[in-house]
Design a protein around this ligand. Structure first.
Ligand code: HEC
Length: 504
């Protein structure tokens, strides 16, 4: 746990500040708060919150997208228009469940941006454990893949039955939390600051591949290792993720006297790329809730009152609509209509107040094939045209090959992590490598990790199974090895495929 806390801290200075502020706020209120609790919060949606949110919404992928892969690689304009369209779907509002425990309870309704309904680590582990226990109940000697229908049904159980069967379940905590949903900042706090959230299709794919993912834990993955087949560029899964697999990483900034701000004009990008590293932020007055997506929670999962207010500074978005994924990042800005926000479409403005204050970068490939990424914006958005041109090195470092660029000032804080392109570093997802190890080794991982150096992508570009990320592979492996025994929840009957729950 301590190890993973350190990883959390190392991700960005805002998280360090977050941990310190959260710990001192908790201490001030007299609540018990440990590093462990903070770490868990950043990885978990509490059972009460899961019940209030309900089952996660699918990501509606675009079936036409993959046929446009080379168009996106060759045209920054096509790429950015597609990027904004993905952002619109990931942010679009969906209703929450907020079920009543008692028919006389007051009505509560609200909407969340789609991504906030998605699953955190605790949801995945709970679903895995339930499937495992169900499988063992069928035949204690058997170890097999989970069936599709079993995986499909586990999500409803996770949202509707699991919370009430936990020993920690408390109606009063649930109702107090439900009462906080009477205004939009309260609703926005559902799931709290869970950093990584995964779409249902993403989680289903992980669960259906638990055995092969477990088999990859702690394996050395040489760069030259070939893909499993022409249709499957992974090493650790029976197939690649489906197109509706999506995952986000959120950067929630804790409340404080100041808020960090970054410039991303052509000049700012040029000097950042020359240094390789994002500069220190400027401290500004914290923006209000109409200008930044803000959450406010009071009730902690233990029922202790603990004021929590956080602002969404950054959001990474990945979708598998393209074979090598779509890489998008949003970052908050004081000057939201300049450079990377100058082409924001009406569909995003229509989402309401805060969402028009984020700028967007998008990438779909290792190399920049658009000879002039600014050309599509020279007249319509000149500040964007010049920012895009400054992100394309001229002359290219290597012959005629130019690497792409996409990085978030709030998240890619490490030395040399500004001059990166998401995809080159994530290609190593599923391995034992670390961010530091990758960024420090320019010989093996050239252009600050931007160049493609791998023949296969062990976990299809995601870090969720590796130690450097959510470490789900280790949980699957420990369970298979018998080092971890998922327990059966009281009152819950493990249920074979297609059967209704039986009363006990
Ligand atoms: C130098 C390496 C590196 C770069 C560059 C990088 N990431 Fe990541 N990313 C990681 C690691 C390691 C994790 C897991 C640890 C964590 O959750 O912070 C991660 C986690 C994520 C996650 C959560 C899902 C997962 O795979 O664990 C998303 C989404 C994500 N990154 C998106 C992006 C996007 C978008 C960019 C570019 C704008 C980007 N990343 C750039 C290393 C990198």
């Amino acid at each position: 746990m301590i190890g993973s806390f350190r990883r959390f801290v190392s991700i960005g200075s805002f998280s360090v500040l977050g941990a310190i502020v959260a710990a001192s706020a908790a201490a001030a209120c007299g609540a018990t708060s440990t590093e462990q609790e903070i770490d868990q919060q950043a990885q978990s949606v509490t059972p009460e919150d899961r019940m209030l949110i309900g089952i996660a919404e699918q990501y509606p992928s675009d079936p036409e997208a993959s046929a446009r892969t080379s168009e996106f690689a060759q045209s920054m304009k096509a790429r950015r228009e597609f990027g904004w369209r993905v952002v619109e779907k990931v942010l679009s509002p969906v209703p929450i469940a907020a079920p009543k425990l008692d028919p006389d309870d007051p009505d509560v309704s609200g909407v969340l941006p789609r991504f906030q309904t998605w699953y955190g680590k605790t949801d995945v582990v709970a679903a895995f454990d339930q499937l495992w226990v169900g499988m063992k109940a069928e035949d204690p000697a058997q170890v097999r893949d989970f069936r599709a229908c079993e995986v499909d049904s586990v999500f409803r159980w996770n949202a509707e039955e699991r919370p009430k069967n936990l020993s920690t379940w408390n109606r009063d905590v649930y109702n107090a939390r439900r009462a906080e949903l009477n205004d939009s900042e309260g609703v926005s706090s559902l799931g709290r600051n869970t950093r990584v959230l995964m779409s249902p299709a993403f989680v289903s794919h992980l669960l259906r591949n638990y055995r092969t993912l477990a088999g990859c834990v702690n394996k050395t993955m040489p760069l030259t290792q070939p893909p499993l087949s022409a249709e499957n560029h992974t090493r650790c899964m029976t197939s690649e993720f489906p197109a509706d697999a999506a995952v986000i990483k959120a950067g929630w900034e804790p409340d404080g006297p100041t808020f960090p701000a970054y410039g991303t004009s052509a000049g700012d990008i040029q000097s950042m790329l020359a240094a390789g590293t994002w500069p220190a932020p400027r401290a500004i007055a914290p923006p209000g809730p109409d200008a930044i997506y803000t959450m406010r929670a009071l009730t902690s999962s233990t029922g202790q009152p603990r004021a929590e207010k956080k602002r969404l500074a950054a959001l990474h978005i990945l979708t598998k609509e393209l074979r090598d994924w779509v890489w998008i990042s949003l970052f908050w800005s004081e000057e939201p209509d300049l450079d990377f926000g100058a082409d924001r479409p009406q569909s995003i403005r229509a989402l309401g107040g805060p969402w028009s204050h984020y700028k967007m970068v998008v990438n779909t490939a290792y190399d920049e094939e658009d000879p002039d990424p600014g050309s599509g914006y020279a007249d319509s958005a000149p500040t964007l045209a010049s920012a895009l041109r400054s992100a394309r090195p001229n002359p290219p470092a290597e012959g005629s090959t130019v690497r792409t660029w996409a990085s978030n000032p709030y998240i890619e804080r490490e030395v040399r992590n500004g001059a990166t392109n998401c995809i080159g570093c994530h290609a190593h997802g599923g391995t034992k490598l670390s961010v530091q190890g990758l960024l420090d080794d320019e010989t093996q991982y050239p252009d600050n990790t931007r160049r493609r150096v791998r023949a296969a992508f062990p976990a299809d570009y995601t870090w969720v199974t590796s130690q450097g990320g959510m470490d789900l592979g280790a949980i699957f492996k420990e369970t298979l090895d018998g080092a971890r025994t998922p327990s059966r929840l009281p009152g819950v009957q493990p249920r074979p495929c297609g059967m209704q729950p039986r009363a006990r």
